[in-house]
Write a protein that binds this ligand. Structure first.
Ligand code: GDP
Length: 456
């Protein structure tokens, strides 16, 4: 493959910058632009070593650099590679990249280094996709999931399922080729058993997606309550919580701002925080209609009430919204004399998780976090050992695989010829192959890598 080059560090000014090259001519090109101190022939330089020297053009020094050497096949792409560590100024980095290009390298497309790692067989497609997840991770948990996937956790699981399916295929082939040796019932029972085992594994993977989604995108949380119930006080208390890491992201619905908060490992994606904050002078704040709309797409609703006042009609509307969703009822302002308690008949009937707290004094916040943890089984996710799906593409393919597996079972149960079942199973194998990439079309592969950043 041709030799590619690109700036791999983020655009802008930094302490150091890295220009990366990969491909057959890497060292030839490097040789033309890099003057190493105590110069050595490339044959004498081992992989995973660094050399000090200068990047030069026509005897003029461009920068003082350190160059890392990676020799094929032991590199990110499996090709000969180098990383030039320059000073982190934009001009210097651009100049070095330009020199690489002038001397024969092509400018790398976004994700092309990782694409090469995939095309050269070092990692499979699901592993390549995890690289994007690691780069974009907003929480430690998410990054950890990405690393696990990069290490092949999902690939291994898919491989095991494929092995079981291939065993069934072998059984079927044998019974097609040598029908005289076959006892159909035995074969059928065995096939059904194996279908069951693989389906269970696929279903576990599919179920893990919701957990994975929370890890990746945060638990989509909407705070609703009538004006003055304490929404913005609660929001601020949550955001100011010790160790809360806050990242603001644009919401999926227009005009909303989502705030990704990671508190003690609980990933929350607080929706429409702007609506809560900015509308301070507006009497309505978040109106009932808007609350209803936001609630529709939420994973969790925090419905907050001023417990020092009796319920109003508006409160009852809020309760109605919370009723049919995963929600927590917060009785706020417990520092004041309470008029509403958990014994209130409206609340008793509702049968929901209920917390008493004071948003103003930040009293009882921990109870809220504990409750969320319990409700979403966050502690039950064994991040070190369980395979967790975090990618929608993988989930959809797994769902299709399960459908095709059910089809195989149905065909078998209604006495279809075994070659029909073999066709169903081939579909399942195809679905799984799309996850790991052997069966993915070029379009899908290109689409995936186009989402990468430059230099990765
Ligand atoms: P929002 O309209 O729902 O966003 O409510 P705010 O958070 O703006 O609070 C309305 C008023 O209630 C403000 O004056 C807050 O200081 C007050 N408030 C909020 N939480 C508490 C609390 O826990 N105790 C007391 N005493 N007052 C509170």
């Amino acid at each position: 493959m041709s030799t590619i080059a690109s700036i791999s560090t983020a655009p802008g000014i930094g302490g150091i910058g890295i220009i990366r090259m990969s491909g057959r001519d890497t060292f030839k090109i490097l040789n033309k632009i890099f003057v190493m101190k105590n110069s050595k022939d490339i044959k004498e330089i081992s992989g995973y070593t660094m050399k000090y020297g200068h990047i030069v053009e026509n005897n003029r020094t461009i920068d003082e650099v350190l160059v890392s050497y990676f020799k094929s096949p032991k590199s990110y792409t499996t090709e000969d590679m180098c990383e030039i560590n320059s000073h982190g100024g934009t001009v210097v980095m651009r100049k070095i990249l330009e020199l690489c290009l002038k001397n024969g390298a092509n400018l790398a497309e976004p994700g092309e280094f990782t694409k090469r790692a995939f095309l050269n067989g070092r990692i499979d497609l699901s592993q390549a996709e995890s690289v994007i997840d690691i780069i974009n991770a907003k929480s430690e948990r998410e990054a950890k999931e990405g690393i696990k996937q990069l290490n092949g956790f999902l690939s291994k699981e898919i491989f095991e399922i494929k092995q079981i399916l291939l065993e069934i295929m072998t059984n079927i082939e044998v019974s097609i080729d040598y029908p005289e040796y076959d006892t159909p019932n035995v074969t059928n029972v065995e096939i059904l058993e194996k279908i069951d085992i693989s389906r269970k594994k696929l279903e576990d993977l599919k179920d893990s997606f919701d957990n994975g989604k929370y890890i990746k995108q945060g638990i989509k949380t909407v705070i609703i309550g009538k004006p003055n119930a304490g929404k913005s006080s609660l929001l601020n208390a949550i955001l100011n919580e010790d160790r809360a890491i806050v990242t603001e992201v644009e919401g999926t619905t227009r005009d909303t701002i989502e705030e990704f908060v990671n508190i003690k490992g609980i990933p929350l994606n607080l929706v429409d925080t702007a609506g809560i904050r900015e509308s301070h002078d507006i009497v309505e704040k978040i109106g009932i209609e808007k609350s209803k709309k936001l609630a529709e797409e939420a994973d969790l609703i925090i419905a907050i009430f001023d417990s020092s006042q009796n319920f109003t009609n508006e409160d009852l509307e809020i309760l109605k919204i919370a009723k049919n969703k995963k929600s927590i009822i917060v009785l706020n302002k417990i520092d004041l004399k309470q008029k509403i308690t958990s014994d209130n008949p409206e609340l008793k009937d509702l049968n929901k998780n209920l917390i008493n707290l004071s948003a103003k004094n930040k009293n009882g916040l921990n109870l809220l976090f504990e409750k969320i943890n319990d409700m979403f089984n966050l502690n039950e996710i064994n991040l070190d050992n369980d395979v967790v799906i975090t990618n929608e593409r993988h989930k959809n393919l797994i769902s299709t695989a399960i459908k095709n597996l059910n089809e195989a079972e149905r065909s078998l149960n209604i006495g279809m010829p075994v070659d029909i079942i073999a066709i169903n199973l081939k579909d399942v194998l195809h679905n799984l192959g799309e996850i790991t990439g052997e069966e993915a079309s070029e379009e899908i592969i290109n689409e995936i890598f186009s989402r990468f950043c430059l230099g990765k």
